[in-house]
Design a protein. Sequence first.
Length: 216
Amino acid sequence: MAKIALFGATGTIGSRVLREALDRGHQVTAVVRDPQKFTERHTNLTVTTGDVLDQVAVTTVAEGQDVVVSAIGGGDGPGHIATIEPAAKSLIAALRPLNDKAPRLIAVNGAGTLRTPDGKQVRDKEGLPEFVLQIMQAHSDALDFYKSVDDVRWTCLSPAERIEPGTRTGTYRTDLDDLIVNADGTSHISCEDFAVALVDEIEKTHHIGERFTVDS
């Protein structure tokens, strides 16, 4: 059983990570801005007030945890885009004072920088809306920052090209920086199976200091 501090627990992905972790018996501390608006209840769930950009608050909640999960992303509204890279920097800065007692950090990243079969990147696809490109750039900047960090144990997890709420099958495929595509050229994973992969990484620790991706 792991002790997990979760930022972004109210989001589309974060809420699935929360449920998956709780269903497996892990202890989760959901860090939210307004606990009164957080309705999830579970015997293994603690809800606390905090802001991912408040380094002191992050350090406090991270102490004694095994893993800190950041499900901060731009997919839940335009106001979240500007938080993606600053959140990465805040989390790393907050974990550094804990030294060798610092928990692992697993951060949800985007699919935009994954290599496609033609040697380009997902974000090079024609016709992508400006809002989507902004999210992809923010995640790219965050990933570049994480790659510069060698004193905190971090992992980034990127989804398939298309991720949406769906069915939990419990199965998925993995790669590092290459987009995984099906025979018909599509790339897809449900939020539920993405959460399965993330919690599997918490339990099995395969990717320290690198980004990996999953596809159904």
